[in-house]
Design a protein around this ligand. Structure first.
Ligand SMILES: *[C@@H]1O[C@H](CO)[C@@H](O)[C@H](O)[C@H]1NC(C)=O
Ligand SMILES: *[C@@H]1O[C@H](CO)[C@@H](O)[C@H](O)[C@H]1NC(C)=O
Ligand SMILES: *[C@@H]1O[C@H](CO)[C@@H](O)[C@H](O)[C@H]1NC(C)=O
Ligand SMILES: *[C@@H]1O[C@H](CO)[C@@H](O)[C@H](O)[C@H]1NC(C)=O
Length: 278
């Protein structure tokens, strides 16, 4: 970013004037630090923070400007998208033809809010809130659009000794709401907790981050295979479980219910394959 020159010109609808700014460095912060002056307009940065939005869920970027009120006739607050230097809003007027964007401002309020409906990954980036004073003032807000994420701890491959407990933990983050349910598959068949296999249990904890823990006691070779975690409102995740035959010292040396790192696990598995086939 260093050394980047950013040239910005805005057409101000209210005053029919063009305002221009040259910004170098491209970092965040005020172009002119005016917050020391209690008289002039300045940003309330505590109320104008970076935003993390969920994919598809309406996002609000707020810009609070202090001491603007007595000068509203001449000063405008605008929102500019940095990616393409696109002027989105001027005052309460939405400039862009992209209907997902909207300027929100209540009379006598200090808040100038940019509403973004159905945010997409490409909306992530820097947005500038600009006050048309001379020199102009800028505050930069970073929008990050995230989506629900599902992970099985220790995946994508797990090596487990025969006879020990298979402990699979599925973590669901950033889902719009906690998932209504999380179910598990083994080799494409839904795991039934009442099957003749026995010793299978699931504990689910729902919240901002949700967890489902699948425990399978006394692992057997037939428990090997692909396990899939299926949350109701987030993508699935899977792991491949290898139940190692505990007779082999290489596989045994770490004891029961072992979660090895991928390289160590792979090494044990290769040793196992060598012992069996060589
Ligand atoms: C309006 O703001 C200017 C500076 O921005 C200040 O000098 C002036 O006193 C303010 N007027 C009132 C009535 O507050
Ligand atoms: C906003 O996010 C950017 C990029 O992650 C960071 O550099 C900046 O410090 C953040 N600003 C605030 C006020 O947290
Ligand atoms: C299963 O693993 C999780 C960590 O992923 C751990 O917190 C939990 O205690 C384990 N449960 C059992 C019964 O081993
Ligand atoms: C398991 O997950 C991997 C990586 O996310 C994916 O490429 C693969 O298709 C999945 N396999 C199954 C059977 O779901």
């Amino acid at each position: 970013m260093a050394g980047r020159i950013f040239n910005l010109c805005l057409f101000c609808a209210a005053t029919s004037s063009v305002m221009c700014a040259v910004q170098s460095g491209g970092g965040s912060g005020n172009t002119v630090s005016d917050s020391s002056s209690s008289r002039g307009p300045h940003f309330d940065t505590a109320a104008s923070k970076n935003v993390t939005a969920l994919l598809g869920k309406t996002a609000y970027l707020n810009c609070r400007v202090k001491n603007l009120a007595n000068r509203t006739m001449s000063l405008q607050v605008s929102w500019v998208r940095h990616r393409d230097v696109h002027l989105l809003t001027v005052g309460r007027y939405t400039y862009t033809s992209d209907q997902r964007f909207r300027a929100i401002h209540q009379p006598h309020s200090e808040d100038w809010t940019l509403q973004i409906k159905y945010p997409q990954h490409r909306d992530s980036g820097v947005y500038e809130c600009q006050v048309s004073s001379t020199p102009h003032l800028s505050h930069f807000i970073h929008l990050t659009v995230i989506e629900p994420d599902t992970e099985i701890v220790g995946g994508p491959e797990l090596f487990i000794d025969r006879g020990s407990t298979i402990n699979l933990t599925c973590v669901v983050r950033h889902s719009p709401e906690p998932p209504a349910y999380i179910f598990w598959n083994h080799n494409d068949a839904i795991i039934s907790y009442s099957s003749t296999r026995g010793g299978v249990s699931v504990a689910t904890e729902r919240g901002e981050t949700s967890r489902s823990v699948l425990l399978i006691q006394k692992a057997r070779p037939s428990d090997s295979g692909n396990y899939q975690c299926n949350p109701s409102n987030a993508r699935t995740a899977n792991v491949t479980v290898h139940v190692l035959n505990g007779e082999h010292p290489e596989a045994m040396q770490h004891g029961g219910n072992q979660r090895m790192g991928p390289s160590l696990g792979a090494l044990a598995f290769i040793s196992y394959v060598l012992l069996v086939y060589c």
